[in-house]
Design a protein around this ligand. Sequence first.
Ligand SMILES: [Zn+2]
Length: 125
Amino acid sequence: MPDERESKTSEATRAQGTAPNDDSAKPVDLKVKLAEQKLIVDWTDGRHSEYSLAMLRRHCLCAQCRTEREAQKNNPLTVLKTDPAGVRVTSASLVGSYAIAFQWSDGHDTGIYDFRYLRSLDDSA
Ligand SMILES: [Zn+2]
């Protein structure tokens, strides 16, 4: 039935059109408040997000932090090298046009938070 096939195609096209795309997760404005240790992001779709920098540190995706987290998952004994509450962001910088990087008071600076990841952290909060 040619009619049936046609309607299926248009349905698929509609579904694609409403799917979230990369453009929905772009910051218009990024503020790092060092005194409050907070990141504040305003997104292109009007959403306003506030992140505690300590929370972002716990979600750091760099190889070192991932390895540490994996090791903790597999070992009931947790030895924390740094006190997460005592670690502070000392400065921040943009990485290209897609991510933000933080420099931490314990010397850690390899973590990069791309904007889509940041957005997903907010949505899950
Ligand atoms: Zn890290």
